[in-house]
Write a protein that binds this ligand. Structure first.
Ligand code: G1P
Ligand code: ZN
Length: 543
């Protein structure tokens, strides 16, 4: 094996977004594109010679190739030990846990999360630090800066490494340890949850469906729910991870998890329906003919988390990303928990989790987690729900209705507008931002605006400031509109409009959000002048 220095030239635009560097596969396939980014990450880290690095991915197209590149570069850069999932597979939460368990200095996750895969789909690479948390902004800024200067990378000239068998291999001064992707994570879940209690639920005939969406959670879900907890065989559907996710969008929501949704709304619906995304960090919860909005799910979790032994007496605070609805706030207040509002993206929860300021955190985009590890965690969230269902004996629907009865139902709606030209999208945001100071006190379509401001976040632990995190407009009638640009696009821009309103009239609880919030969609469009400025007539997605 020779270690060589390879000359290279910088690429434009290697800037990590909400969740790592995410681009079309065709972009990653450019000569040295991946190598440049990896070396830029290495160059931005403090000394790592002799230390441990974790590598895993969600198994999508290009994963197997990228894992080999990472291994050869990590060997050339002289890491002491590289822990890699068998066949290059590790879910995002499992990677995070493995980093901490093995005392690694960090790890790479190869994934574009819920974005479609395959040769025409997306690929991504993300770095988690020694806490198993997504690299903070300060560090990702360093990565981006380095990509603009890079002129060489280190490469181990050697054949591909066999990752099909669990075990250890030695290359020069580096040990490559291939691990089973499921067992460490599954053992940890057994420490957190009372598996016996959940098993009794299944013994009594409780039925669930978990839709793995042909993505990474299949093997995890099969082992945990079917093998360990005794859910009937076939409870985990689409459990085989496929490189292109079977041509589907591996995103758990009402639009893309169609098979699960039709089962849950059928006559023979099981008691509990769940799904996870491409890399296993998102989740979705359904009862029989009943969908649980992720913001409501976070509120239910906040209300019951302390019934799970691992969290008893450990509840400190709760954090939600700013666009997540305020449903959790009242629950937290009742339980004397501080609520933090962070910008979108899991990386902003890291410092709060590490400092012990929060026990639980979540996002409206189907993500939730706790201090058990520093990524969002789909299977953990499902286990939380199972524990609560087992403990209370209530149904999914009952738990959510109790929440609404107590504090009103906070309706939520998200409209995504895909705008081909990023500059145009930025101009819409800039125009609206300029108007904000004039809005408070004014009335639009009979609704009075109380506050309007760009969301700026100062991390209470590190003091780091993140600005440009969205534009918020609050109304007297307990409603809010948020505008922000997505940070996970691989091309163009997606302008997101989030709408919330708290409704206290019981008789409106079962109306569709699209109907209840329709008025606010018109207000949002009028305020932003989106259609006139972009020419885009319709949202590409409504959830
Ligand atoms: C989206 C979600 C965000 C989540 C991220 C990664 O980011 O909105 O909550 O953390 O995906 O899963 P966005 O595209 O909005 O920047
Ligand atoms: Zn994900």
């Amino acid at each position: 094996m020779d270690i060589i220095s390879v000359k290279t030239e910088p690429y434009q635009g290697q800037v990590p977004g909400t969740s790592g560097l995410r681009k079309k596969v065709s972009v990653f396939k450019q000569n040295h594109y991946l190598e440049n980014f990896i070396q830029s990450v290495f160059d931005s880290l403090d000394s790592f010679e002799g230390k441990t690095l974790v590598i895993g991915g969600d198994g999508r197209y290009y994963n197997d190739y990228a894992v080999q590149v990472l291994l050869k570069m990590a060997i050339a850069n002289q890491f002491g030990r590289i822990i890699v999932g068998q066949n290059g597979i590790l879910s995002t939460p499992a990677t995070s846990y493995v980093i901490v368990k093995y005392g690694a200095m960090g790890g790479f996750i190869l994934s574009a999360s819920h974005n479609p895969g395959g040769p025409d789909g997306d690929f991504g690479i993300k770095f988690d630090n020694e806490n198993g948390a997504p690299a903070p902004q300060e560090l990702t800024d360093k990565f981006a800066k380095r990509t603009r200067e890079i002129d060489h990378f280190w490469w181990a000239d050697m054949p591909d490494i066999d990752l099909t068998q669990v075990g250890e291999l030695v290359f020069g001064s580096t040990v490559v340890q291939v691990i089973d992707p499921v067992s460490d994570y599954a053992a940890y879940m057994q420490k957190i949850f009372d598996f016996k209690q959940i098993k009794r639920l299944f013994d009594k005939g409780f039925r669930m469906t978990f839709d793995a969406m042909n993505a990474v959670t299949g093997p995890y879900a099969k082992y945990i729910f079917e093998d360990l907890l005794g859910a009937p065989r076939g409870s985990v559907i689409r459990q085989e991870p496929l490189m292109d996710f079977g041509g589907l969008h591996p995103e758990p929501n009402l639009t893309y998890a169609t098979e699960l949704v039709s089962r849950m709304y059928s006559e023979q619906a099981p008691d509990f329906g769940t799904a996870s995304d491409g890399d296993g960090d998102r989740y979705m919860i359904l009862g029989r003919s009943f969908f649980v909005n992720p913001s409501d799910s976070l509120a239910v979790l906040a209300g019951y988390l302390d019934t799970i032994p691992f969290y008893r007496g450990k509840m400190t605070g709760v954090a939600r990303s700013m666009p997540t609805s305020f449903a959790v706030d009242d629950v937290a207040k009742d339980k004397n928990l501080t609520v933090y509002q962070t910008p979108t993206g899991w990386k902003f929860f890291g410092s709060l989790l590490t400092a012990g300021k929060i026990t639980l955190c979540g996002e409206e985009s189907f993500g939730a987690g706790s201090y058990h590890l520093q990524e969002k965690d789909g299977i953990w969230a499902v286990l939380c729900w199972l524990s609560i269902l087992a403990k209370t004996g209530k149904s999914v629907e009952q738990l959510v209705r109790e929440l609404w009865q107590k504090q009103g139902r906070v309706f939520t709606l998200l409209h995504n507008y895909d705008i081909a030209d990023k500059g145009v999208a930025e101009a819409v945001m800039a125009g609206l931002k300029e108007k904000l100071p004039l809005l408070p006190g004014t009335v639009i379509q009979k609704e009075k605006i109380t506050q309007a401001f760009p969301f700026v976040y100062t991390d209470p632990v590190t003091g780091e400031v993140a600005d440009n995190q969205g534009l918020c407009i609050y109304f007297e009638s307990d409603a809010r509109i948020v505008f922000r640009l997505s940070g996970t696009n691989s091309v163009g821009a997606t302008l997101k409009i989030y709408i919330n309103q708290r409704v206290r009239e019981f008789d409106k609880f079962d109306s569709p959000a699209t109907e209840v919030l329709d008025k606010w969609v018109h207000i949002a469009l009028e305020l932003s002048e989106l259609k006139r400025l972009t020419g885009v007539e319709k949202p590409s997605m409504i959830t």
